[in-house]
Design a protein around this ligand. Sequence first.
Ligand code: GTP
Ligand code: MG
Length: 439
Amino acid sequence: MVLDKLRDGLQGAFVNLRKAVVVDKKTVKTFIKDIQKTLISSDVNVELVFKLSSTIEERGLLEKPPGGLSRKENLIKLTYEQLVDLLGAGGKVSLGDKQRILLVGTQGSGKTTTAAKLARHVKKRGLNPKLICADTFRPAAYDQLKQLSAKIDVPFYGDPGEKNSLSIIKRGLREFKDEGVIIIDSEGRHKLNDDLMEEIRGVYSEIKPDKTLLVLDATIGQQAGEQAKAFEQHSKVDGVILTKLDGSAKGGGAISACAATGAPVYYVGVGEHLEDFEEFDAERFVSRLIGFGDMQGLLERAREADFDEEAAKRMMSGKFTLNEVYTQIEQVSQMGSMKKLLELMPFQAKIPKDMLQIQEDKMKGWKIIMDSMTDEEKTNPPIIKRNRVERIAAGSGSKPEDVRELLTYYKRMKKMMKSVGDERKLRRLMKRMGSNFGM
Ligand SMILES: Nc1nc2c(ncn2[C@@H]2O[C@H](COP(=O)(O)OP(=O)(O)OP(=O)(O)O)[C@@H](O)[C@H]2O)c(=O)[nH]1
Ligand SMILES: [Mg+2]
């Protein structure tokens, strides 16, 4: 798995936070210490770590949590956002039918493996990748890439007899009629010396790749930032591919250093196999590290499910009508399927199971039913007796049972509201329901 230590450290911090009963100064401090320790041991630059932690601390303690969020959730949200910020925006290669991608990097950084991984990735997306081996420096380079391309069944061009990499590339482009996503594996040298830079510059100005991607070994930690900078000074680098993130204890340092340098990380290599390769997306990456499903989705939903004071007051005074049910349903459909919503929740709400299992399409049907009701019926549902049930069913194209089912649901909800009793409990309940039903 990717970045075991970083993941375990962060998850540990979040587990402790979740267990905390109150979010006071001490809790926040302990949480932040845990985060700091983890990041620093992943080789993240100390200054960046302190900047991140002081932001979390200040805002976590002082800020009034935005709508619907508890202090704890707000702290999680803040930390999540700060981590995403630390690891950068990521980048995207918009893959097309006709494209030249040049891979550059020092020796052993993983260029050749990455060329094949990228080709596989491109192919999976239904595009047409082709590989060129332009490494004339390392004797076995040709065979290595040739074998890899055979494995993924991707056209390959190379010439072990040719010493000039530029001429190989030109011939390769001609051979491939310059069509498809052409991925060029270039040679690496031990260091970023002038020779290598000269070579890259030459290739660059002649070939004019659509994208030049720098392949960096993540095990070098925050030094990745300096390498990215050095390359950028000599040739145009569009983005970075970080390899060996699986085996690196310093991956966090490598990613954050690239982000700090302004070099977007496009892809990450997470193993020796060709399928161990992913697009890098900081948000998804951080969500996975800290072990919540789709954090972004949760946050959006938390915002949408903003606590509605007015609705709470209305309900407290016993005014829970079908209008409230209507709003509920509307919000649920805005939020997407309830099942999906539940998967997103880090904190499983304790709401009666059968209440959660009310199906989405049923709810949509109820909305249509309510559209056939008069305002009076919606504000005062007990007046809906048999005749009205039949009229509403006919008007909404549904069955009388459906109308009755809706009324039963309404009664149950109303009873639940009443049984809650005091306001604080209701608020809590509403918040839970807000996350589940969209109130
Ligand atoms: N664990 C792991 N190993 C990787 C990854 N990417 C590459 N490797 C390994 O790193 C070693 C070097 O990879 P290459 O692809 O040959 O590197 P290169 O940059 O082409 O090397 P030169 O051509 O010599 O400059 C190989 O043993 C690869 O299997 C990765 O994401 N994870
Ligand atoms: Mg190579």
